[in-house]
Design a protein. Structure first.
Length: 156
């Protein structure tokens, strides 16, 4: 059975310049346990889970099956998703990380302890920080860059 045939939804195939194939799909979050079971049955593993801080938080699960990446996107409107760690142990740290950094709860995770932050620090504290790119307007960034260029030219 091929990777594409193993799943009960359509996987979009993407090839890079070197011919490497990876697959993408967007699914309902309630199907993530079925995906994890399928990956396990294919002797695959969870490589990492990427969290996106957007209006509707999103996770992208990156699985490896025989050297082929399978990327599964899931919207997490209520900031809760079933933990796949009981099925794929390789997901444990990534799930704990997105819980700690983004406040997305992996339901039924076997070890929900924090990885980085002390328990005395509020949940989602990092979600309150504003990225430098948003804090600075493009105009300010441009002015700073021109100032640096001018200083470098004067030193030459």
């Amino acid at each position: 059975m091929s990777i594409k045939e193993a799943f009960d939804f359509e996987l979009r195939e993407v090839k890079d310049k070197k011919g490497n194939i990876e697959y993408w799909a967007k699914i309902d979050k309630y199907k993530i346990l079925d995906v994890a079971k399928t990956v396990k049955n294919l002797n695959g593993r969870c490589v990492i889970i990427t969290a996106y801080k957007e209006e509707i938080p999103r996770l992208v699960y990156h699985f490896d099956v025989d050297g082929v990446l399978i990327n599964i996107e899931v919207d997490i409107e209520d900031k809760r998703v079933d933990s796949i760690t009981p099925i794929l142990k390789s997901a444990s740290w990534a799930e704990r990380e997105f819980k700690e950094m983004y406040g997305i709860e992996p339901i039924n995770h076997p070890n929900p302890k924090r990885l980085f932050l002390d328990d005395s620090i509020d949940e989602e504290v990092l979600a309150r920080f504003i990225p430098l790119s948003k804090a600075m307007s493009g105009n300010l960034t441009s002015k700073m860059w021109h100032k640096i260029q001018k200083e470098n030219n004067e030193k030459d």
